[in-house]
Design a binder for this molecule. Structure first.
Ligand code: GLN
Length: 536
């Protein structure tokens, strides 16, 4: 029977529930259990696809094309197991399902209410992942903080769910904060006591408290928390600030969180967790033999979460190369013809980021012209690839004012244009070309060499594409389509023949890089940048 772990948050947001959930999952997986993680987000949007990155950070796209919360990225990076639409549910989706059923007449004669209809729908979505026997343990992370008005139906659903499946088949882990008051020189437990009381008011007694803290918790303090929050002393777990999120599973192992969880769920301890590969990765990450600086040119640079997966991919690829990758974010709006040399000074490689709309586009194009001409390694992702095509069109092929029709509908040279199937689409939500598609790699190209395969699948999120009417012209001049969708001939990868590393993809490789499988394009881009740094 599938067991369920619920992770709630108290006192404040941003405690890192996603990382804690992923770390517990990692430990259980390393003991041989099959684990998945699900996140409930208590907002009304159906999914985060229509949210501005400033609001919500990056939108993470799954294999099946769901636009989801960035925590799913952590789940995949830690577990190396793909997630899907079922792993991220919002309040909007719960209500939409209930309202659709109401219109179908499924509740005929009944008043539709938060309890039981919304809570039933939440419970149904908790159960979905555990139903087909694919997982031994499902971890469900509840977004928001206990006490929020919008989280209430989720807490109530968890209370009912536990009552229904039995208390030894489920577990509540409450993540909380133990603040340090500098003036008093003390760690304070009161906010945790209050947040556990709030949970108790809703009928939930947490089994485990994971306490975020800047200082170690003494035995006395742990005893005090255990006594006032009504949990076992070994269920008070310290989660101290770590230098990298990838340390957290090992910190939780030290606290024996995996043992506590398994014994409360009445599951066998099985083997000691096998974390050999994880530790090797950490060893390489923490002991680099070289260092490079990569420029990340984008327009959401004020908010690091907007490029979360890209930054994490550089961590994986850096560790692979035993090289510290320092990523400098450069606002594309700040780059001009006059200052480009100065803005990109000292960088060993440039990544031009994904994005939407006109803002900052010319700066991206200017940066690409510079690195193409100076033979500096370049990696373009999605809009970054489209910008590389525009730049080559304008400056090599002489197509004056070549552009994407996203930015300039009347461009004389629409080298990037809207995909045919997108033209009839009116609604913005969930209608891009999303999720995994196949890409054939052309023999002998850099892309084929890097992947070491002739076919791959990669994830997408876009409406515009390379305009194949120009393909011959581009290839004759040295920009080749080294990756192409075999079904519709959409250009997936472009690269330059005569450049040390100039590769750009229409897809998002950053969504598939994990600790266990660093993405080959990132690994090779870092290697090329390292080679460039050594030559200088
Ligand atoms: N705006 C571009 C498109 O829709 C690129 C999207 C992206 O970078 N994710 O095609």
């Amino acid at each position: 029977m599938t067991k369920y772990i619920f992770v709630t948050g108290g006192v404040t947001s941003s405690l890192g529930k996603g990382i804690i959930s992923a770390s517990i999952a990692k430990l259980l997986q390393a003991r041989g259990y099959r684990v998945t993680i699900q996140k409930f987000d208590p907002y009304i949007n159906i999914d985060p696809g229509t949210l501005n990155p400033y609001e919500h950070g990056e939108c993470y796209v799954t294999e099946d094309g769901a636009e989801t919360d960035l925590d799913l990225g952590h789940y995949e990076r830690f577990l190396n197991v793909p997630t899907s639409q079922a792993n991220n549910i919002t309040t909007g989706r719960i209500y939409q399902n209930v309202i659709n059923k109401e219109r179908e007449g499924a509740y005929l004669g009944k008043t539709v209410q938060v309890v039981p209809h919304i809570t039933d729908e939440i419970k149904r979505n908790i159960r979905i992942l555990g139903e087909n026997g694919e997982y031994d343990i499902v971890i469900t992370e509840l977004g928001g903080t206990v006490g929020d008005i919008e989280s209430l139906p989720y807490i109530e659903a968890v209370r009912q769910f536990r009552w229904e499946i039995g208390y030894s088949n489920s577990l509540v882990i409450h993540l909380t904060l133990i603040p340090f008051l500098a003036a008093a020189g003390e760690l304070k437990t009161k906010p945790t006591q209050h947040s556990v009381k709030t949970l108790l008011e809703y009928g939930i007694q947490p089994d485990v408290l994971v306490c975020r803290t800047e200082h170690h918790l003494s035995q006395d303090l742990r005893r005090k928390i255990a006594l006032f929050c009504n949990v076992n002393i070994n269920a008070v777990v310290e989660s101290i600030d770590a230098s990298t999120i990838y340390d957290v599973p090992l910190l939780m192992l030290k606290e024996q969180l995996d043992k506590t969880v398994l014994s409360k769920l009445k599951l066998a301890q099985k083997n000691e967790p096998n974390l050999e590969n994880w530790k090797n990765f950490l060893g390489r990450l923490k002991n680099p033999t070289s260092e490079i600086r990569i420029g990340l040119v984008g327009k959401y640079v004020e908010l690091p979460d907007a490029y979360k997966s890209i930054n994490e991919s550089f961590i994986h690829a850096g560790a692979s190369n035993e090289c510290k990758v320092k990523v400098s974010c450069i606002h594309s709006e700040s780059i001009t013809d006059e200052n480009v040399a100065e803005r990109l000074e000292g960088l060993h490689g440039i990544l031009v980021a994904p994005g939407f709309g006109n803002r900052g586009i010319e700066g991206k194009i200017t940066a690409i012209k510079y690195v193409r001409e100076k033979n500096i390694p370049f990696f373009g992702i999605c809009l970054g690839m489209q910008c590389a095509v525009i730049e080559f069109g304008r400056n090599v092929l002489g197509l004056k004012n070549a552009h994407s029709t996203e930015m300039d509908e009347k461009t004389p040279y629409p080298v990037i244009s809207m995909m045919e199937e997108q033209k009839k689409i009116k609604n913005k939500g969930g209608t891009m070309r999303l999720g995994a598609y196949t890409c054939d790699l052309k023999k002998g190209t850099k892309a084929a060499l890097i992947y070491g395969k002739s076919q791959v699948t990669e994830r997408h999120r876009h409406r515009y594409e390379f305009n194949n009417e120009y393909l011959k012209q581009y290839e004759d001049a040295g920009m080749i389509a080294s990756g192409m969708n075999p079904d519709n001939h959409l250009v997936e990868i472009v690269e330059l023949k005569n450049h040390p590393f100039f590769v750009a993809g229409q897809f998002h490789p950053e969504l598939k890089s994990t600790v266990a499988n660093p993405h080959p394009l990132f690994v090779n881009f870092v290697a090329a940048s390292l080679a460039f740094a050594r030559k200088k």
